[in-house]
Design a protein around this ligand. Structure first.
Ligand code: ATP
Ligand code: MG
Length: 229
């Protein structure tokens, strides 16, 4: 049986803005197995991004437990969380989050810039990652000269540089047409099946969610339904 890479136990997140409290997550319990391909769905404001931020160690829950790869991480300080993030997690965002006027290659090298990896190895790894998303011939193009789909592939290549066990993608196809979205999903599928990377993505679109093997639906900060293929 597959191991759980992620276990969430009664996870809650409350945002306080002045006197107002927003209960963005109200008790989420769920296990994600190593090698899963999970889609998180639900209406706007249901807590999807809040959950992704916690899964990505970008934020901490207000209460509950988050066990990532066997380690309880929900109470770790910011530095420890950053360390875990760098070691285990790759991120892909709707808006690509690339530096413009900087080449695809330089963008992909970015995660290793402050590591001990030397320049030559860094470039080799970045080129290999670009090749794995089919962008070898765009390596030296500036990102603002690339199409949306190409930019998202650069972002995926960048997410691969630290050999993540887990990729988190928040609306990765939100700015792309359906044909380009399928290209991106094909890349995710390959990473999941061939490299055994666990994939968790947020999407509004049922035809994108259909690429995942499991789907959970959030409503008002709770998981209200799960589907498995
Ligand atoms: N940093 C924050 N400070 C205060 N409230 C927040 C913050 N982030 C999110 N919220 C609130 O928490 C709730 C859940 O927001 P979240 O961004 O997780 O929703 P979502 O499901 O990702 O929505 P969308 O589909 O629109 O991206 C919302 O009511 C939102 O207003
Ligand atoms: Mg969101």
């Amino acid at each position: 049986m597959a191991q759980n890479i992620i276990e969430l136990r009664d996870l809650k997140k409350t945002y306080c803005i002045g006197e107002t409290e927003v209960n963005a997550l109200r008790g989420v319990s769920y296990a994600i197995e190593e090698g899963d391909f999970l889609a998180i769905m639900g209406p706007s404001g249901s807590g999807k991004s809040t959950l992704m931020n916690i899964l990505g160690c970008l934020d901490r829950p207000s209460s509950g437990e988050y066990i990532l790869d066997g380690e309880e991480v929900s109470r770790l300080d910011k530095n420890r969380l950053a360390g875990i993030r760098n070691q285990k997690i790759g991120f892909v965002f709707q808006s690509y989050n690339l530096l413009s006027r900087t080449t695809a290659l330089e963008n992909v090298e970015l995660p290793l810039l402050y590591s001990s990896v030397n320049g030559k190895d860094m470039t080799e790894r970045a080129l290999a990652a670009l090749a794995s998303v089919g962008l070898t011939d765009r390596s030296h193009h500036k990102t603002n000269q690339l199409s949306g789909g190409e930019q998202q592939r650069v972002a995926i290549a960048r997410a691969l540089l630290n050999d993540p066990t887990l990729i988190l993608a928040d609306e990765p196809t939100g700015n792309l047409d359906s044909r380009t979205s399928s290209d991106i999903m094909n890349i995710f599928k390959t990473l999941n099946e061939d490299k055994k990377i666990t994939m968790v993505m947020v999407t509004h679109e049922p035809d994108i969610a259909a690429w995942a093997r499991k789907r959970i639906y959030l409503l008002d900060g709770l998981i209200v339904r799960e589907e498995r293929d």
